[in-house]
Design a protein around this ligand. Structure first.
Ligand SMILES: Cc1cc2nc3c(=O)[nH]c(=O)nc-3n(C[C@H](O)[C@H](O)[C@H](O)COP(=O)(O)O)c2cc1C
Length: 171
């Protein structure tokens, strides 16, 4: 992988990071991550995402209580909650796909900037409670939380099926 294109290398080397050091994350870095999220493609360029940035310790504690991934949120210096904005929505499937692209852009940027993060979905079972906690406008629906910071240990090895197992037609 050593001489690969830097974008491809970032894609392949990114791993979910669930343990963080206490090193703070600068506002500049947070803004770079958000900017990348905003540069995702979306159907009709409708940009159906909204973000909430959570750094307050008390608020993180309350958020952490809403998922089995509690310790990850407690340990992460920053969490970004990603919402689908129904006032921008035109096709649920396409809008959710665009949100996924936005989340992946942020995860890749987190990795490219030398930090680590993880996409948290288990918390969606409590999406209404998260909405209340964050005083979310009613047109927003929680899609995921990304927890991130500086990693405090080397990443685990990635594991993927050989791609040929996933290709069912080549004609
Ligand atoms: C939609 C989605 C939901 C996820 N939810 C969680 C979660 O709630 N908790 C967690 O620890 N990891 C969660 N993950 C991270 C996956 O476990 C991880 O991406 C997968 O095991 C592959 O590992 P890698 O990201 O290190 O390559 C989620 C990932 C996705 C895409």
């Amino acid at each position: 992988m050593s001489h690969e294109n830097p974008v491809i290398e970032t894609i392949k080397r990114r791993r979910s990071i669930r343990h963080f050091s206490r090193e703070p994350v600068s506002e500049e870095v947070i803004n770079q991550i958000l900017e990348s999220g905003g540069w995702a493609p979306s159907g009709q360029n409708n940009q159906p995402w909204k973000f909430a940035i959570i750094q307050d310790k008390g608020l993180k504690e309350s958020l952490a209580a809403l998922t089995h991934s509690r310790a990850i949120i407690q340990g992460a210096p920053v969490c970004i909650a990603i919402f689908l904005d129904h006032s921008k929505s035109y096709d649920r499937t396409k809008d959710v796909q665009a949100i996924g692209a936005s989340i992946q852009n942020m995860l890749l940027t987190i990795h490219a900037l030398g930090l680590g993060g993880v996409w948290l979905g288990e918390i969606l079972k409590n999406k209404d409670k998260v909405g209340e906690l964050l005083e979310t406008p009613k047109e927003l629906e929680l899609m995921a939380v990304v927890a991130f910071g500086h990693s405090d240990r080397p990443p685990e090895r990635g594991k993927r099926d050989p791609i040929e197992k996933k290709v069912f037609l080549r004609k």
